[in-house]
Design a binder for this molecule. Sequence first.
Ligand SMILES: Nc1ncnc2c1ncn2[C@@H]1O[C@H](COP(=O)(O)OP(=O)(O)OP(=O)(O)O)[C@@H](O)[C@H]1O
Ligand SMILES: [Mg+2]
Length: 563
Amino acid sequence: MRNTPIKKFLIPVLGVFEPLTFSMPFIREKKGLISLVIIAGLVSNLSLLFVPIFIGDSVSALQQGHARYIIRYSLLILLAYSISAAVSFALNYGSQYISQFYAMNLRKVFILHLLGKRFLFFESQTSGDLLSRGTMDIEATRNFIMNTFSSLIPTIFLIGEGLVLLYQVSPFYSLLLALATPVLVMLGMRSSRKQRTVWRMIRKTYGRMGEILQENIVGQRVIRGIDAEGKEIAKYSMETQRYYDENLTVGRIRGLYNNLMPLTVASISSAALAVGGYIDLIRGISVGGLVSAVTIFSMLTNPVSFLGRMVVFSENSRAAIQRIKDVISTENEEDVNSGGFNFQKGPLEFSRVTFSRGGRTILSNVSFRAEPGDFIGITGKTGSGKSSLVNLIMRYYEPDSGKITIAGKEIHEIPISILRRNVAIVPQEINLLSGTIKENILFGLESSLDEVEKAASVAEISDFIDSLPMRYDTLVGERGITLSGGQRQRIAIARAVLRKPAILILDDATSSIDPDTEERIFKNLKETLKDSIILMVSLRESALSFADKVLILDGGDMKEAEV
Ligand SMILES: Nc1ncnc2c1ncn2[C@@H]1O[C@H](COP(=O)(O)OP(=O)(O)OP(=O)(O)O)[C@@H](O)[C@H]1O
Ligand SMILES: [Mg+2]
């Protein structure tokens, strides 16, 4: 279909309900409340619309000398306002309730998806941007949905009801209003188009600002260590300036159109009063009728122009929805149903595994086999693919071809949660949480303190913990900042040991530990995890000398070291 002006007009107008459609799955269970709020929107305005009718009637009554009716009409007007006020409360509270319920459910879905994403997803996103999607974007849509219930729907009802009432009083005025409506709405849309582009830029800039702040908080030691504060401040100042400019642009566009609107509304109202009043008087409408018609007409022009503004608002909210959808509707890690799955311990086998990243082959046709009880060293130059290889076992990434099996079962047939419960990795970059030592070792498990202590002693960290005044309840600071590198590594080893994994992966996990302690840790591990497979990635001769067998990665190929 061609891009006709009608289509250009209708699509954005209909799009005003897109946020509502998007919110439905999250609020469906509040059907009753939703219906109630919609009915409240219908009633709250209807009662107000009767006010001009009562005013007109009282003018007519006065004209005819029936002064006693005045009390009756005043009471009716009071009643109409009271009904409207009572219903408005329900309307506002109900809209708040529904929109908050929506946001709460969406936030839960959001984090669920975030944690279910493939690792590759995060490599193409920045954390500042994801953060702003999970907070600002969700809040922007919540706000719009609240406005949909509290203002948009009631306004549409108001215009419909008003047109019908106005038609009863003066068909001419209702025709005038019907004609003015598209003009007013279009005006709002014009400004919406102008604002949309800038809104998107604002969002991006905001995300980048968050990113820079975060990098500076997380990496402040590095940044200050290399004396890069000046550069970082300049970078942040530039984005802040941009944010400032973009917001001012939106302010200008908004200021212009927001003033143009009331002016147009006022012109239309005045013209209507002049022309309509003249025609109606000629046609012999009563003075009371004319008062009602003019009052209803002027009660409706503002709501109509508000519709145009809602189209403007919705642009912003729809951009936010798109960004949220990018997270909650893109592919997650493939998983198989974990119900009734029985994990079998057994040999780990790579057969002709090929893996590439960013168009470069990292591992090509790698094959090896490890039996329970094996302690296997993996080495190779930096960047040779050691971490990539062990990450494949965790299914952090998927190989391009080849098979990885545990006890003969391909790992993608094992439910991810079960696989990761039985394969423990101590990663090259240790991540501690900002809790106590005990919480960091438990990491979600519910083992007894006794077991935690045993795991700590296997990792040769128990003496250190015992020397602390608060022992296992010592707080480690954000990301373990109060511990040394080697202490952090040993806590991470204790965490892995506590899980009694069938396969334990140490990815350069003893690089900051002195050779004597390292030796004791390996001995302990061999003893405690007798039937487990231990894969140890290391660059150090001393560590590798403990392995039963050492595999060397070189240029994507794997070969066994001669002993
Ligand atoms: N996210 C990524 N996207 C693209 N390429 C990556 C990514 N991560 C790593 N690589 C590349 O994959 C190759 C193997 O990296 P890997 O981390 O497996 O090496 P490694 O042997 O563990 O090195 P190191 O001894 O330094 O830890 C490297 O060339 C690296 O540049
Ligand atoms: Mg590595």
